[in-house]
Design a protein around this ligand. Structure first.
Ligand code: BGC
Length: 378
């Protein structure tokens, strides 16, 4: 009898310890599996299927990406009280993006920002690009990378979930020389980062300058513009531009000017002193290393956005051309300064400025850049 009681007790102890041994493992599996990716049809463009990928990390942060234009349609991130809201501008459906968009959330290329008169010369040969912005070519021309359907493959890593996009830009597209094979990987990590890795190779010398064009508003969908948000940019200089926003070649010191964001400054404090508002390329102090170069902070919600990049420049655009003519997600009217862009890039019009960091990619070389948008609160 004693023996039976002993056996029952031992079996009981063993069972309990087995259970307690598996419980934490189950818990951590649950945590891991709370990271997820879903893929849903989003429409059709140029006869090709377009999808909407929803990435969710273990903290509940959500990023939605479509393979049309590589557009990030939503970023849902918490405020300091844990309330989630969407911090980028955009549309509820594909139609909005097809009808009219000032590059909301898009991947921009082959050359981000402007090339003067759409002309440049490589090895003595002059090229003419599609003109779409006054006399200039802007953001890759009439049908840039923001308006094409990318191949897309979803993936999961130990620390995140993502979508790998691929596009082959044909020789002569929008006037650019050579076929260009481009890969862009968006990863949402469990550290609340949206990481963007770009690479490209071509078969003729060509200018390449890729960027991401989200309009951020850390106030979310509360109806507040970005003028009260605080910005830091680690740049001592910016590229001076003419009336068509083409660099003159001068790199001007920001000291003592409304362009100085080396200490966090409220965006709206000095914006009236800048003709037309901020739409300038800053010359970053990062020496090409993936370091934090900017921070946006909304004191009301506590949301913070840190930007890291390997690029030598960042275009700070304060949404000056938003004019209330676009009604976006949730029926919100996007008035002037309702979002701001922090576009990591090489300097505008570099192909016509040999003194700027090189943007010509030659056969056998590989273009790479990495930019991280990291969300948090304080
Ligand atoms: C440019 C602006 C332009 C905006 C949207 C920005 O990158 O610097 O001048 O209006 O994109 O088109």
């Amino acid at each position: 009898m004693k023996r039976i009681i002993y056996l029952i007790l031992t079996a009981g102890i063993l069972l309990t310890s087995c259970n307690s041994g598996t419980k934490p493992a189950n818990k951590s599996n649950e945590k891991e599996s709370s990271m997820s990716i879903t893929k849903k049809p989003f429409g059709k463009v140029d006869g090709k299927e377009v999808y909407l990928f929803t990435l969710k990390n273990k903290n509940g942060m959500i990023v939605k990406i479509t393979n049309y234009g590589g557009i990030v349609t939503s970023i849902l991130t918490p405020d300091r009280n844990g309330r989630f809201d969407d911090v980028v501008l955009g549309y509820d459906n594909l139609d909005g993006y097809l009808k009219d968009t000032p590059y909301f959330g898009a991947l921009v290329g082959r050359y981000a920002n402007r090339i003067a008169n759409g002309k440049f010369t490589i090895d003595g040969k002059e090229y003419s690009l599609a003109i779409n912005n006054g006399p200039n070519s802007l953001h890759g021309g009439i049908k840039g990378f923001d308006k094409v359907v990318w191949d897309a493959e979803q993936f999961e890593t130990g620390n995140g979930a993502g979508v790998k996009l691929h596009y082959l830009s044909k020789d002569g597209e929008e006037g650019y020389p050579g076929n260009l094979d481009i890969y862009v990987t968006y990863t949402l990590t469990n550290d609340n980062e949206l990481k963007i890795d770009y690479s490209a190779t071509g078969d003729k010398p060509t200018p390449v300058n890729l960027t991401h064009h989200s309009y951020f508003n850390l106030a979310g969908t509360t109806g507040r513009d970005i003028l009260g948000q605080k910005l830091f940019i680690d740049a001592d200089k910016y590229t001076v531009v003419d009336k068509n926003l083409i660099p003159t070649g001068e790199l001007r010191d920001v000291t003592g000017t409304p362009m100085d964001f080396r200490k966090p400054e409220t965006v709206g404090n000095r914006i009236d002193e800048v003709e037309g508002g901020y739409d300038h390329n800053y010359v970053l102090n990062n020496n090409g290393k993936l370091t934090k170069i900017a921070e946006l902070y909304d004191t009301v919600t506590g949301r913070v956005l840190d930007v890291f990049t390997t690029e030598p420049g960042i275009q700070f655009y304060s949404g000056n051309f938003l004019d209330g003519s676009i009604t976006g997600k949730k029926g919100i009217v996007y008035r002037k300064h309702f979002g701001l862009c922090l576009e990591a890039q090489h300097f505008p019009d570099s192909p016509n400025h040999p003194e700027f960091p090189n943007t010509i990619l030659r056969p056998g070389e590989k273009y790479t850049q990495t930019t991280i948008y990291k969300f948090g609160t304080k």
